[in-house]
Design a protein around this ligand. Sequence first.
Ligand code: PLP
Length: 280
Amino acid sequence: DTAYLNGRFLPLQEAQVPVLDRGFLFGDAVYEVIPVYDGRAYALADHIQRLGSSLRGIGLTDPLGPDGWTALVTDLIARNGNGDMAVYLQITRGAPPRRDHRPASATGPATVVGFCQTRPPVAASLLEQGVAAVVRDDTRWAHCDIKSTALLANVLLAGDAQANDANEAILVRDGRVTEGASSNVFAVSGSTLITPPLEAAILPGITRARVLALARRAAVTVAERPIPVAELHAADEIWLTSSTREIFPVTRLDGTPVGPGRPGPLWTRMRALLQADTHD
Ligand code: PLP
């Protein structure tokens, strides 16, 4: 496994950052995860654009720029065998000599990290039976549109879901669904596909955007509007989307079947369209 750290490539196990790094001390960092299919990064330009917007969101100068990121991602994929994988990128506000909350105290270079992880094929059982999800209060901060590595709330919510035999926590703020702890949420009501609109409480998911575009192109009725939690519980289908897990069906919510308790027909259709898109 070859990683990138501050301008050089090295084995992932040897890539180390100092204890004073602000990513370690404060979660003062942003990241991206880009899925790779047979050596090709999917929706790379969209991921790089979102990375730029996350960097702006925390007031960090982009250390590489769009062309630099594209070259780095391409290089990492090649050095890691051009197969199916996910590229992880992280930029922190660097490692100044003193721990100091104030971002202006970090005058040195940012820390730039990239590495690859295998992207295991989505389990057949997940596709045949769907997964369980639980509804939880959205305990995260107010700027979830920034893809920050400060993920403690997401980590604890993922643990809570796992402890309740669920695959994901679906989060609710002010009575409305925001997103999953590491995914975006879609609901199907009749023939309408509904997903919460983009706002500060939601990560603008790249998979979400692709699924919406594919649905519209296939003449599916799409509504980007708030989903009251009661409407989620009454949905015919619920799906989650993310770069690493693509589009997967939730068939049990808080222990109760979603619709008939099996992956639904619109999910089957959209999954096929997304598969074709990632592999074309
Ligand atoms: N929402 C959250 C909180 C996430 O962590 C993720 C990423 O996995 C997503 C949504 C999905 O975003 P994307 O489709 O860009 O991977």
